[in-house]
Design a protein around this ligand. Sequence first.
Ligand SMILES: *[C@@H]1O[C@H](CO)[C@@H](O)[C@H](O)[C@H]1NC(C)=O
Length: 254
Amino acid sequence: MRLSASTLAALVPFYLELVSAQGPSGTGKTTRYWDCCKPSCGWPKKSNGQSLVKTCSKSDQPLNDGGNTKSGCDNGGNAFMCSTQSPWAVNETTSYGWAAVAITGSNEAAWCCACYELTFTSGPVQGKKLIVQATNTGGDLGNNHFDLAIPGGGVGLFNACTNQYGAPSNGWGERYGGIKSRSDCDSFPAALKAGCYWRFDWFMGADNPGVTFKQVACPAAITAKSGCTRNNDVINETPTGPSTVPTYTPSPKV
Ligand SMILES: *[C@@H]1O[C@H](CO)[C@@H](O)[C@H](O)[C@H]1NC(C)=O
């Protein structure tokens, strides 16, 4: 049969929907950061859904502000990253967490609150998986870049940690890369300690390992903490799995 122009036009959105439902995949890089700033997906209308990434007050309490409070990285701003958006280990091979993301050929509206399964391809964590939800982006990010949110990972370009927690003026440790040893986490604010230790335990102190990535439907345990879900998540799935998963504690190194 011949398709009329109007039939074709009617099919285009459906085709685009199928393509976008697949989501991007490929090879990417990681870095790490924790700048205490309000993540950009915490502003209204960043994602395609109704919900926003939860942000917190200076005392780490969830804000109920419709996403309109200025970031703690701006003068006088009072919205900060919530400590609950710290990575945690689900078991020996899988962790959950959050990241600032830049995906080649895509845009913030497409990745805000989307989840990506990262499989590490280098370093001590090679073969392990980290599922991250995109909560942020960054002007200093490159192609297929996942800047993992890890307390003590370095503040990077912006720093609200001095304002929020009284961290040193360049944040804890180096501005890029942060602290260098597990014991540096001992003096961290209580709410950030577990995420800080995660880097040296489950993540084995890996230093910006490479990844392969693919978009996946968000685990409910991630969206329960971030508060953000997309409309029509990958393959029209709603968040998968239980909304809480226990934290796995790696056995201590001998
Ligand atoms: C670890 O947890 C993930 C996510 O729940 C699950 O898919 C995977 O099968 C688990 N692996 C092991 C070894 O238990």
